[in-house]
Ligand binder design. Sequence first.
Ligand SMILES: [Fe+2]
Ligand SMILES: [Fe+2]
Length: 186
Amino acid sequence: MNSVSALDKTRYAHSICAELRASHAGETGAVWIYRGILLVNRFKRDAEIDTFAKHHLATEKDHLIQFENLIHRFRGSALLILWMFAGFMMGVMSMLLGKNWVYYTIYKVESFVDVHYRQQIDALSKLEFLEKDEIISMMKMCNLDEQSHRDEALNGMTNKPGLAMRIWGNLVGTGSQYAVAVAKLL
Ligand SMILES: [Fe+2]
Ligand SMILES: [Fe+2]
């Protein structure tokens, strides 16, 4: 899917940079969520989580590479280290709490990401910029993966989320919203 050229150094307009920066930050955070899960799972040794997280990590790394291929056209987030840390801690915390927490966290994150990608695709479709079609189709492909991650996580859940888990899920959703707003600016 490397159809987007890395040769042209043209910078995108401000609004397009903001969208790409937010997605780049999000994909970075996603990679680190799975790193956090897999670190704790070195001790917990849950084979199902191992397969789930390794498969998702590979996909998120692929998404991240695609945004990195475009990084000469926008400025990456100045807070990238914070998105890495937040993602990592989200992964660590959820895995410490248990398997269902991991699945619910991923379900909430990916539900948010799905809506966000669709909004971005919609917004970018109305603008004109270099390699627009390639970038929009790249985002659509990424979002197909995010939707299947979301559904896989939901299918992995063995019980309904209790109150504490729902509160955590809302925090994850709200946190993701704030992170996107901040990453668009910084
Ligand atoms: Fe992703
Ligand atoms: Fe994902």
